[in-house]
Design a binder for this molecule. Structure first.
Ligand SMILES: O=C1NC(=O)NC(C(=O)O)N1
Length: 310
């Protein structure tokens, strides 16, 4: 009997699959679709203190090998998502993820203080990596500022909290970033957000309007980078900090590889946008078949057990 359950920060999930923030999670309708699918849970669209329109359209384009987006954090505001999840928590034992990101340190701290004072029972995914707000850098590429923020966060925040990270590309950066994250009681790190500021061209024109076409890249293009970030942090972080793997997942084999690299949970973005929530049942079935073939009962039988060449 194969089981796809997983645990993060003492919270049990009956399935190790969920949406990636930003995909199928903008409003009650989309969140309900994920909640009622085979996914183990959902994460909300990254919330800011107040609702945001986001960037001008067209701001998302699917392409054969993935996607490009420069949404610009369109969302309905923290209260909308917090109230919705708190209502759901009254009806079920499931643990949900609330994604958020302030456009300033003050805004981030203010939102987290509001969550801390609420009866929210789930986990926070603090997005430190949005590449698409013009003029705003991907915070987690600035490690001193990130360390300063997390120091102020954990001075008061006691609920489970993880961070959504951008992809790093240099071993020295994996080392330096892990050194920072290991200083904090993080529940998880989520590797990776889209690869920021890519460019996709159709004939002679960019395909999205914001930032002259520059946008975050997802899908097949980013799986090698996503797997490397999952494994690099799995190798470097203290065991209490779990890894969520995101990036390039569209088959059960992709899920298997993320877990092999060390992921305890796997999020689906671009492929979910393309296929809809039925993808979770398909991925679960495909992963189950792979595990059965290999004689694995649970994901712990192979999580992190990527083999190297002698
Ligand atoms: O963190 C984010 N990553 C993305 O790729 N896009 C969204 C956005 O633009 O809102 N945010």
């Amino acid at each position: 009997m194969v089981l796809l359950n997983t645990t993060i920060a003492g919270y049990e999930f009956d399935n190790c699959l969920m949406n990636a923030a930003g995909v199928c999670c903008y409003d009650h309708e989309e969140l309900t679709m994920v909640d009622q699918s085979s996914a183990g849970t959902f994460v909300t669209k990254s919330a800011t203190k107040t609702s945001r329109e986001g960037n001008p359209l067209p701001r998302y384009q699917a392409v054969p090998l993935g996607s490009i987006n420069s949404m610009g954090l369109p969302n309905l505001g923290l209260d909308y998502y917090l109230d919705y999840v708190r209502q759901l928590e009254k009806q079920t034992k499931k643990t949900y993820f609330l994604s958020m990101t302030g456009l300033s340190k003050e805004e981030t701290l203010e939102m987290l203080k509001q969550v801390e004072l609420s009866d929210f029972k789930g986990m926070v995914e603090l997005n430190l990596s949005c590449p698409n707000v013009p003029g705003k850098p991907q915070l987690a590429y600035d490690l001193p500022t990130t360390e300063n923020l997390l120091t102020e966060v954990f001075a008061f925040f006691t609920k489970p909290l993880g961070v959504k990270l951008p992809p790093y590309f240099d071993i020295a950066h994996f080392d330096a970033a892990a050194e920072v994250y290991n200083k904090f009681p993080l529940a998880f790190v989520n590797c990776v957000n889209s690869i920021g500021n890519g460019l996709i061209i159709n004939d002679e024109t960019v395909v999205i309007k914001p930032k002259n076409g520059f946008g975050g890249i997802g899908g097949d293009y980013i799986k090698p980078t996503a797997l490397a970030n999952v494994h690099a942090f799995y190798q470097r972080l203290k065991p209490s900090i779990k890894i969520i793997g995101t990036g390039g997942v569209k088959t059960g084999r992709d899920v298997f590889e993320h877990i092999l690299c060390g992921a305890s949970m796997v999020q689906v973005g671009t492929a979910l946008e393309k296929e809809g929530v039925e993808i979770f049942a398909r991925l679960s079935q495909e992963l189950t078949e792979i595990m059965q073939e290999k004689g694995y009962q649970t994901i712990e039988d192979f999580r992190g057990k990527l083999q190297y060449l002698a």
